[in-house]
Design a protein around this ligand. Structure first.
Ligand code: G16
Length: 542
C-alpha cells in the first residue's frame, strides 16, 4: 500500500559537483534521505511505468538507503527497478545499464573517493536517461523542491533480498536483482583488444590493480584475472567493504602510497593502477613514473586509435578547465577540437551526445569516452593496457616520447583541505576583485597576460555557467587556477592548480615541484593563501 508521509524541508540539500554529499549522520536524520529522493522524483516527468537503475559503491548505509529508494520508486510509479546484486554497481556501470536497457534514469549511492563508515561520508546522485549526471537545470530544480517539500511517497513493504539474483514484485513495480559486472565486462570487450592484452600478460607483463576495498574489486577480478588471465593476486584489496578497510578510497599518491612505493621500487610490477570508491576515477603509475591525469588524458587520446573501439579516430576531445593543456596539443596535432568545460563530468554529456567529443578527461583523475556518460576508471586502465600491448614499450618510454613530440605541460595541484569556509570564500573574493587590474603586472618574474573568472557557454544547450574558477595566464604559457572544491563534506577545500609548458626535451626531466617553483610562489603572492586560510603548506600535493 502506498503511504503519503508528511515531512518538513532540510535547509542543506543543495547538490554539489557530483550529487548530495554529507556525513552519514546527516543522512540518518529522520526523512533526510526520503526528502531528497522525493525531491528528485518530483523534479522529473514522464517516468511512470519506466525503469530506474539503482546501485551504490557498497559503503556504510548503502543497503538501508537502497531499500528506501526501491520502496519510494515503487510508490512514485516506476515500473521496474534494476538493482545490482548486494546493492553494488559502479558509477560507469550504472551509466551503461541506463543506456543499454533504455532506463529512464538511475540513482547512485556514493560519496565517491570520500571515506566511508558511520562517522564518514555518504552521497546520492541522480543520472538522466543518457546515462550521465543530471545537468544543472535538474539539480537546481531538485534543490528548489527540497526547500519546500511537504510530503513523500513510500510503500508499506518489507525489504527486498539484495543478494539473490532474480525478479520480485513490490507494489506495482518489478525489482530485478542483476549481476553488476556482466554487462559492463561485455562492453569493455567490444572496445579493447582482449586477445592482445592477454598475450601481453602471457609474455610476463605484470600489473597490480588496487581496488581499495571499493566497488571495482569484483569488476577488476572478473576482467583482469578471469577474462585477461593476469596472474591471480594481480588485483589487491578486491573485496568491497563498508568502511573501505578504514582507508580513503581515493586513488592519489597519498591514499595509494603503498602502490606508489611498490611501483618506484626495482622489483615492482610493470604497471600499477587503482580506482576510487565508485569506480569512476583512475590512477596510473608505470615502473618508476607516476602519470599525471592530465598527461594520461593526452596520451590516451593520442594513442586511442590502437584500440578497436577507437580505430576510426576521435571526433573531438574535451577537458575540464583546470586540466592541463596537454590534451589541447594532441587535439591540434590530430586536427580536432578540444573543448574546455567547467569541473564536473556533467558538462561533458552534451558534447558526447552531440558527437562533438569522443574522449574526455579531468585533472581530478577522471577519464572516459562516449561509451558511457560517466568517467570510467577501469576503462582508462584497459585503454592503457591496450596501448601497452600494441606498442610493447614501458609506460615511462611512452610518456617521455610523448613529451618529446608534443612538449611537456608540467602540472601540479595543491589542496588546502577542510579550511574555514568563510576564509576560503574571502580569498576567492579578494582575487576576483583584482582580476581586471592583473594583466600586465609582474609576479615572481612572471608577467600576467590575462585573468578571468571562468564562465562556460554550452555550445549545445546554450546555457551559461559562471564563476567556475579564477584563471591567471602568464606570458609564455604558464597558468595558475584557483577554485573551491564542490565535493568536500566539512569546511572548504581550496585547490590551486599550477601549469608550465616546456617544449625543449632537454629540459623536460626536472622535478615537477622544482619546475613550478616560481608559479607556486606567485600563487602565494597573488592570493595570500597563508594569511587567508592559516595554513603554511597544502594538505595534499599531486
Ligand atoms: C566529482 C565529479 C568530477 C569532478 C570532481 C571535482 O568527482 O564527478 O567530474 O572533477 O568531482 O571535485 P572537486 O569539486 O572536489 O574539485 P567524483 O569522483 O567525486 O564524483
Amino acid at each position: 500500500m502506498i503511504r503519503k508521509v508528511t515531512t518538513e524541508p532540510y535547509a542543506d540539500q543543495k547538490p554539489g559537483t557530483s550529487g548530495l554529499r554529507k556525513k552519514v549522520s546527516v543522512f540518518r536524520q529522520p526523512n533526510y534521505v526520503e526528502n531528497f529522493i522525493q525531491s528528485i522524483f518530483d523534479s522529473l516527468e514522464g517516468f511512470q511505468g519506466k525503469t530506474l537503475v539503482i546501485g551504490g559503491d557498497g559503503r556504510f548505509y548503502n543497503p538501508q538507503v537502497i531499500q528506501k529508494v526501491i520502496r519510494m520508486a515503487a510508490a512514485n510509479g516506476f515500473g521496474r527497478a534494476l538493482v545490482g546484486r548486494g546493492g553494488i554497481v559502479s558509477t560507469p556501470a550504472v551509466s551503461h545499464l541506463i543506456r543499454k536497457y533504455g532506463a529512464y534514469g538511475g540513482i547512485i549511492l556514493s560519496a565517491s573517493h570520500n571515506p566511508g563508515g558511520p562517522d564518514e561520508d555518504f552521497g546520492i546522485k541522480y543520472n538522466i536517461g543518457n546515462g550521465g549526471p543530471a545537468p544543472e537545470g535538474i539539480t537546481d530544480a531538485i534543490h528548489a523542491h527540497s526547500e519546500r517539500i511537504e510530503r513523500y511517497l513510500t510503500l508499506d513493504a518489507g525489504d527486498v533480498d539484495l543478494d539473490a539474483e532474480g525478479r520480485t514484485i513490490i507494489g506495482d513495480m518489478e525489482v530485478e536483482i542483476i549481476d553488476p559486472v556482466a554487462d559492463y565486462a561485455e562492453l569493455m570487450q567490444t572496445l579493447f583488444d582482449f586477445d592482445a592484452i592477454r598475450a601481453l600478460f602471457e609474455s610476463g607483463f605484470r600489473i597490480r590493480f588496487d581496488a581499495m576495498h571499493a566497488v571495482t574489486g569484483p569488476y577488476a577480478t572478473e576482467i583482469f584475472e578471469k577474462r585477461l588471465a593476469a596472474p591471480p593476486g594481480s588485483v589487491v584489496n578486491s573485496v568491497p567493504k563498508p568502511d573501505f578497510g578504514g582507508h580513503h578510497p581515493d586513488p592519489n599518491l597519498v591514499h595509494a602510497k603503498d602502490l606508489h612505493d611498490l611501483m618506484m621500487s626495482d622489483d615492482g610490477p610493470d604497471f600499477g593502477a587503482a580506482s576510487d570508491g565508485d569506480g569512476d576515477r583512475n590512477l596510473i603509475i608505470g615502473k618508476g613514473l607516476f602519470v599525471t591525469p592530465s598527461d594520461s588524458l593526452a596520451i590516451l587520446a593520442a594513442n586511442a586509435h590502437l584500440a578497436p573501439g577507437y580505430a576510426k579516430g576521435l571526433r573531438g576531445i574535451a577537458r575540464s578547465m583546470p586540466t592541463s593543456a596537454a590534451a589541447d596539443r594532441v587535439a591540434a596535432r590530430l586536427g580536432i577540437d578540444c573543448h574546455v568545460t567547467p569541473t564536473g563530468w556533467k558538462f561533458f554529456g552534451n558534447l558526447l551526445d552531440a558527437g562533438m567529443a569522443t574522449i574526455c578527461g579531468e585533472e581530478s583523475a577522471g577519464a572516459g569516452s562516449d561509451h558511457v556518460r560517466e568517467k570510467d576508471g577501469l576503462w582508462a586502465v584497459l585503454l592503457w593496457l591496450n596501448i601497452l600491448a600494441s606498442r610493447r614499450q614501458s609506460v615511462k618510454d611512452i610518456v617521455v616520447e610523448h613529451w618529446a613530440s608534443h612538449g611537456r605541460n608540467y602540472y601540479s595541484r595543491h589542496d588546502y583541505e577542510n579550511v574555514d569556509t568563510a576564509a576560503a570564500h574571502a580569498l576567492m573574493q579578494a582575487l576576483r576583485a583584482r582580476i581586471e587590474e592583473l594583466p600586465g603586472t609582474t609576479v615572481q618574474g612572471l608577467t600576467v597576460r590575462a585573468a578571468d573568472d571562468f564562465a562556460y557557454h554550452d555550445p549545445v544547450d546554450q546555457s551559461t555557467s559562471e564563476h567556475q574558477g579564477i584563471r591567471i595566464r602568464f606570458e609564455g604559457g604558464s597558468r595558475l587556477v584557483f577554485r573551491l572544491s564542490g565535493t568536500g563534506t566539512s569546511g572548504a577545500t581550496l585547490r590551486v592548480y599550477m601549469e608550465r609548458f616546456e617544449a625543449d626535451p632537454a629540459r623536460q626531466s626536472i622535478d615537477t615541484q622544482q619546475a613550478l617553483q616560481s608559479l607556486i610562489a606567485a600563487a602565494e603572492e597573488l592570493a595570500c593563501i597563508r594569511n587567508h586560510v592559516a595554513r603554511d603548506v597544502p594538505s595534499v600535493i599531486t
